[in-house]
Design a protein around this ligand. Structure first.
Ligand SMILES: [Zn+2]
Length: 438
């Protein structure tokens, strides 16, 4: 899913029409027109003849929307391979998202929905999960997933063993995060293979050494929250468990409780179904769950229509906005911009807002950002930017490329592929719709 391409034509109130199935996506080239890979129901709806898939598998590197979401369009018989943790995250996201044609990753109901189709049970996709050390055999090639550090757990790079040599795919990765050791494992293994080619991400190839780290995010955020006697509000991506852990640790050491939303609690609950996970869960003694105010006036549990709230109302660690307002210095509240209307119930009078997300990088984000700043100013809060990127910086990426020494380089997921030619003389600038033989 290319956010950039999608936003070239569509925005908040102008979306691809779900009622037109796959039609708007194919026509506006939001997805490539590849024969025999898409869902039968969508092909039929679009007036094409359904075809059995000629693809043996799709390998998913991690659970970010730009990598995972358009699995929604794929034929049900194409098996999806992803990391075990990645699957837990997909499950968690699936539970709390509204069903649209763009997030039918795990399961879907046949479209068009108005036919008798709607009553049929959903069709579940075939998922095969792996962990580092596993080897996946698909036809005559073998794929070796190796963990990498990224801004979501369960991210992998791949070594693809073929009869002509090894092909490396980096996925999304970085060398400055909490688990940079995992990325180093991947680079080391990739280099040992003396690969014939490498497909690499390159979102930040135009940067140098940035000096950023999760530790710096911790130190900076902590210094602002430490002596703050008023409201402490933080905003970060809920899928970024490392960032969650950073704010959990800061709150704990400062003797404050970390307040999260029901949606966030529900995500953590699913995520913790993975027995290997050690980060704090939603029932941790230092975590509270914010009960949103019902606008009918009184608190009445039947009032909550959202399933994920309803099923969790009996939790012991629930707190209301009124309770927080009485002693705001005791809490660190996780509140995303899209839920800023809850500030109206919290009524902060001063304090700190820590924006732990990337800074705006396009016009649309600038507009949102301006609106966000208006809210912060309205409640007399101080705006603090404290973040480190999920993607590898230019200097570390150059290092990676020079260490792995692949014979050919194919940069993808980048706006500046030409910059790679300076690092590897055998860089191929990929063109859309073209096939490359290695
Ligand atoms: Zn990513």
């Amino acid at each position: 899913m290319s956010f950039g391409r999608r936003s070239k034509f569509f925005e908040e109130f102008l979306n691809p029409r779900t009622a037109n199935g796959i039609g708007d996506f194919l026509t506006m080239k939001l997805i490539p027109d590849i024969p025999a890979v898409y869902r039968d129901d969508l092909m039929e709806h679009f007036g094409r003849k359904p075809q059995n898939p000629n693809v043996q598998a799709v390998i998913l590197s991690h659970a970010h929307a730009d990598h995972a979401n358009y699995i929604s369009f794929l034929h049900k018989d194409i098996p999806i391979y992803c990391g075990q943790t990645c699957k837990y995250i997909l499950d968690a996201v699936d539970e709390e998202s509204q069903r649209t044609i763009e997030n039918e990753v795990l399961k879907y109901k046949k479209r068009p929905a108005f036919k008798k189709n709607y009553k049929d049970p959903p069709i579940h996709r075939k998922f095969n999960t792996f962990r580092t050390g596993d080897k996946i055999k698909i036809d005559n090639i073998e794929i070796e997933p190796i963990h990498v550090d990224h801004s979501v757990p369960g991210a992998y790079g791949f070594i693809i063993h073929t009869s002509e040599g090894a092909l490396i795919y980096t996925g999304d990765l970085r060398s400055h995060g909490t688990h940079s050791k995992m990325t180093q494992d991947f680079i080391k293994k990739a280099a040992q293979e003396k690969p014939v080619a490498m497909i690499t991400e390159g979102t930040r190839i135009n940067t140098g050494q940035t000096g950023e780290s999760e530790k710096k995010v911790y130190e900076k955020s902590k210094s602002y929250l430490k002596n703050n006697k008023y409201f402490s509000i933080v905003d970060f991506n809920f899928k970024d468990i490392d960032r969650f852990t950073t704010f959990y640790n800061i709150s704990k050491i400062l003797g404050k409780k970390l307040v999260i939303s029901f949606k966030h609690a529900c995500f953590l609950e699913r995520y913790h179904k993975d027995p290997k996970i050690k980060s704090p869960d939603s029932k941790d003694e230092n975590i509270l769950i914010l009960k949103p105010k019902r606008l009918t006036g009184t608190y009445c549990d039947e009032d909550y229509t959202d399933e994920y709230i309803k099923s969790r109302l009996n939790y012991k660690n629930i707190i209301t906005p009124e309770e927080i307002s009485k002693k705001p210095k005791n809490y660190v509240i996780v509140l995303n911009f899209w839920y800023f209307n809850q500030l109206i119930d919290l009524k902060p009078e001063g304090g700190v807002y820590i924006h732990s997300l990337s800074e705006p990088f396009n016009e649309e984000m600038e507009i949102s950002n301006e609106r966000m700043v208006n809210w912060i100013k309205f409640f007399n809060m101080k705006f603090v930017q404290s973040h480190c990127s999920g993607h590898i910086n230019g200097a570390d990426l150059k290092n990676l490329i020079e260490t792995v020494k692949a014979k050919k380089l194919f940069p993808i997921h980048t706006e500046k592929p030409k910059l790679f030619s300076k690092i590897n003389l055998n860089t191929h600038i990929v063109k859309e719709g073209q096939t490359y033989k290695i």
